[in-house]
Design a protein around this ligand. Structure first.
Ligand code: BDR
Ligand code: CA
Length: 315
C-alpha cells in the first residue's frame, strides 16, 4: 500500500519535550511531510525557542527545514515561561550551540498565509505543542484560509489531572488562554491531548535505559533531555518518570491506534484569577454545547515508546 505523507506545520516552543516531538517527526518521513516549523514564546522566550528549533533541526540532519518566528508574547497577558522545568536555555541537559541555519526572514504568520494560500482544501495539519498564540492570530486574521486546514492537533489542557502550572490549569493553556479560546471555537476538527493522556506516557527508568542504548547523536540528545527531566521531576514522580507531553501529538499522527478519545465540548476559563486557563471538558455531555474536539484520554504507553525507539534508531 502506498502511503501519502501528511503535510504538517509544527508550531512549538522548544522546550525539552517539544525537542523530542521534533525528533520523532523528523524521523518519520514516510508518514509526515514537515512543511515548516513555527515557534512561539512559551517555555522560554521567542528568541530562544527560535534558536532551539533551528539547533534541533541541525542535530537531526535537517537544516533544510525552514523555521519561522511567531509571537513573542501572548495575546493579552504578559508572557510567563517555564525555565524551572526546561532550564535557562529551554533545552537543559544538552549544550545548545548557535545554529548555522538562518532564521527565516518571513515571520510565522506570513509563512502560514503563503503556505495555506497555495494549498488544496483540507490538506494541511497543524500541530501545536506550545501556547496557541500563533494559531489564534492566524484564525482571527485569516478566516478565509481555514478551509485549507485539515485538522489541528493540540497538546494542552487537563480534566482529571487538574493542572501542572496552576492547581487547575495546564501550562500551554494558562500561558495564553485567550488564544486557546479562539482556537477551541474555530470550528476546525481539533484533537486535544491534555495532561490526562500525557501523564500516562512516562519515561520511567527502563524506558530511559532503552533510549540510552541507542547509539547516535539524536538519541543521545533525547536521552540527556529525558534524564534531565527525570532528575528534576524525581521528587514528585519518583519511579513513574517524567511525562512526555508534546511527542504524543506526533505519535498520534503516525499511529493513531496508540490513543483513544471522546468527542466532546471543551471550553476555557479566561477571566478567573483562580482557575485561569482551566479547560472545562464536557466529557459526560452534561451541557448542550456541541462537541468541538476529540479529547484524547487514553494512551498505549509501551506502544508509544516502541515507536519512539524505533524512530530514534533511524538517525
Ligand atoms: C506543556 O508545557 C510545556 O512546558 C511542555 O513543553 C508542554 O508543551 C505541558 O504542560
Ligand atoms: Ca511545548
Amino acid at each position: 500500500m502506498i502511503m501519502t505523507a501528511k503535510s504538517i506545520i509544527i508550531d512549538c516552543d522548544p522546550g525539552k519535550d517539544d525537542a523530542i516531538a521534533l525528533f520523532l517527526a523528523m524521523a518519520s518521513e514516510d508518514e509526515l511531510d514537515i512543511l515548516g516549523i513555527t515557534t512561539v514564546a512559551g517555555n522560554v522566550s521567542l528568541e530562544l525557542t527560535q534558536k532551539n528549533a533551528r539547533f534541533l533541526c541541525e542535530i537531526a540532519g535537517r537544516p533544510d527545514l525552514p523555521v519561522f518566528a511567531g509571537a513573542s508574547s501572548p495575546l493579552k497577558l504578559p508572557l510567563v515561561t517555564a525555565e524551572h522545568v526546561h532550564g535557562k536555555s529551554g533545552l537543559e541537559g544538552i549544550e545548545v550551540v548557535e545554529p548555522k541555519m538562518p532564521e527565516q526572514t518571513r515571520g510565522a504568520q506570513q509563512f502560514f498565509i503563503d503556505t495555506l494560500s497555495m494549498a488544496v482544501e483540507q490538506s494541511i495539519t497543524l500541530v501545536a505543542t506550545g501556547p496557541l498564540t500563533n494559531i489564534a492570530l492566524l484564525v482571527s486574521k485569516h478566516p478565509e484560509l481555514l478551509t485549507k486546514i485539515k485538522q489541528i492537533i493540540i497538546m494542552g489542557g487537563a480534566r482529571l489531572e487538574g493542572g501542572n502550572f496552576s492547581p487547575s490549569a495546564e501550562f500551554n493553556m494558562v500561558v495564553d488562554p485567550h488564544a486557546a479560546k479562539i482556537v477551541l471555537n474555530c470550528g476546525l476538527p481539533l484533537v486535544v491531548m491534555g495532561l490526562d493522556v500525557t501523564h500516562q506516557v512516562r519515561a520511567n527508568k527502563a524506558r530511559r535505559e532503552q533510549i540510552k542504548n541507542i547509539d547516535n547523536k539524536v538519541a543521545r540528545a533525547a536521552s540527556a533531555l529525558l534524564d534531565y527531566s527525570h532528575m528534576q521531576n524525581n521528587k514528585r514522580y519518583a519511579e513513574l518518570g517524567a511525562a512526555i507531553h508534546d511527542p504524543c501529538t506526533i505519535a498520534y499522527l503516525i499511529k493513531p491506534s496508540l490513543f483513544q478519545g471522546v468527542e466532546c465540548n471543551i471550553s476555557i476559563e479566561t477571566d478567573s484569577p483562580l482557575t485561569l486557563g482551566h479547560t472545562a471538558v464536557d466529557y459526560w455531555g452534561v451541557t448542550d454545547k456541541p462537541a468541538n474536539a476529540l479529547w484524547i484520554d487514553l494512551a498505549d504507553a509501551d506502544g508509544f515508546f516502541q515507536l519512539l525507539n524505533e524512530r530514534l534508531e533511524r538517525f
